[in-house]
Design a protein around this ligand. Sequence first.
Ligand code: SF4
Length: 266
Amino acid sequence: MYDRYKREINYLRISVTDRCNLRCRYCMPEEGVRLLRHEDILTFDEIVKFTESAVSMGIWKVRITGGEPLVRKGITELVGMLAGIKGIKDLSMSTNGTLLKNFAGELRKAGLQRVNISLDTTDPEQFAYITRGGNVADVIEGISAAKKAGLLPVKINCVVRESREEEDAKLVREFCARNNLEIRYIHQMDLVSGHFTTVEGGSGGNCPLCNRLRLTSNGMLKPCLFSDIGFNIREISYREAIEKAVEMKPASGMVNHKDNFYNIGG
Ligand code: SF4
């Protein structure tokens, strides 16, 4: 399927939860967040049936995101259900990696193909500061477990304030070089002010080539990360929601006053 700007839309990012076991300063506010009620979160059945519709219309690349997807109870079962959908050629997950050592093997068996893991520094104190209490050793163990399980390639998402020359980013770059990992630099974004740049080493934020739709954990189909537009898949048919989202996809991102990174999955 193509949008008004002749961009092929073939990539669906699915946020399966707004919850996370970390509290990264650029994502979660100090005062914490008002979490969605259980009944507001899409069921596995809804996610799978929606994705089947999306695949029948041209989606073949699916990314599972959060919050932190590994805190969603039964996540391996959901991965297995999605992996069973004929037509998905690329099934991946974005994770903070802290729980991955416990899940990598079973996720691979369930059909997950690869992972993107967040790592903004390898300095334990800095990591604990950025994540408000996380342990970088858990992420490093998660990366090893992902490689061992065959969730390849493992790509590292490194959030930077201004540039890849920041000390923390240099540490991550050296770590990736030593461990044969692909690194991408994601400049801090601001949904409200509409500040964002293209992901260095990736395709995110490159509006003229944008190929993605996003499904939030409470069932809003978003044509664009930096837009207030969204269609509730519990109110209209899945097909109609997808058609409307593709039709209403903006040429480029503007601002988003409705969502937060932790419920839209970046
Ligand atoms: S800002 Fe919107 S149009 Fe641009 S790359 Fe992101 S999702 Fe695509």
